[in-house]
Design a protein around this ligand. Structure first.
Ligand SMILES: *[C@@H]1O[C@H](CO)[C@@H](O)[C@H](O)[C@H]1NC(C)=O
Ligand SMILES: *[C@@H]1O[C@H](CO)[C@@H](O)[C@H](O)[C@H]1NC(C)=O
Ligand SMILES: *[C@@H]1O[C@H](CO)[C@@H](O)[C@H](O)[C@H]1NC(C)=O
Length: 184
């Protein structure tokens, strides 16, 4: 009796180790070969980028603004340049796998809406040096935003599909944010 409880506890411990290390380190959600002839694969990934506006080392800086940007409710005309840390998990000390670089601009007068132009530049394992570009419309106050994948380079040379972005955390005062992004 005691032994079997011990065994199940051990199994539970083992399973939770497996689960937590998966959550900590795995960004590949799934992968399958679509065509052997063209060596085409379909893979889904999940990452988090850390958009840090505040503090001594911001990774998100204002590039330009129009004379009316400050008085616009939607900060219309603001252009921000980013070089954000890209990690496997939402914690800022989770494994770094690259950078999310590019810019976003407030492109809507009536509501909060951004034009996003971003390169995901990977540095991890076999993806080191490969990139994926996205370009799209981001209503960042909505829970889920969809944006198109333009193309990629390296292992992602013919990449296509879309991403779903979800704000994981945002500081209302500094506007520092951690955003989850799934490549689908
Ligand atoms: C907008 O406001 C910020 C912060 O108050 C200030 O630093 C910036 O100079 C202002 N920009 C313009 C174009 O008025
Ligand atoms: C990481 O997050 C913790 C908790 O939110 C914070 O105290 C710390 O300053 C952050 N570190 C960096 C390098 O941003
Ligand atoms: C990625 O590739 C660069 C250039 O080849 C190399 O210097 C770097 O060490 C690699 N990084 C990792 C994490 O493998």
């Amino acid at each position: 009796m005691a032994t079997s409880i011990f065994r199940s506890l051990l199994l539970l411990f083992f399973l939770s180790c497996v689960t937590s290390s998966d959550q900590g380190n795995t960004y590949l959600i799934s992968s399958r070969i679509v065509s052997r002839a063209t060596a085409e694969k379909q893979s889904h990934f999940r990452f988090y980028f850390h958009d840090i506006v505040s503090g001594p080392n911001p990774t998100s800086i204002t590039l330009a603004e129009a004379p009316g940007t400050n008085t616009s409710a939607t900060l219309f005309g603001l252009v921000v340049m980013i070089d954000d840390l890209l990690t496997t998990g939402p914690e800022n000390n989770s494994r770094s796998v690259g950078r999310a670089q590019g810019f976003y601009a407030s492109a809507e007068i009536e509501k909060m809406g951004l034009l996003m132009a971003m390169n995901f530049v990977f540095t991890d394992g076999k993806y080191n040096g490969s990139t994926i570009a996205i370009l799209g419309h981001n209503e960042f106050l909505s829970p889920v935003r969809e944006m198109p994948i333009v193309r990629g380079s390296g292992l992602f040379r013919f990449a296509r599909g879309y991403v779903q972005a979800r704000t994981h955390w945002m500081d209302q005062n500094t506007h520092d944010a951690i955003v989850g992004i799934m490549f689908l």
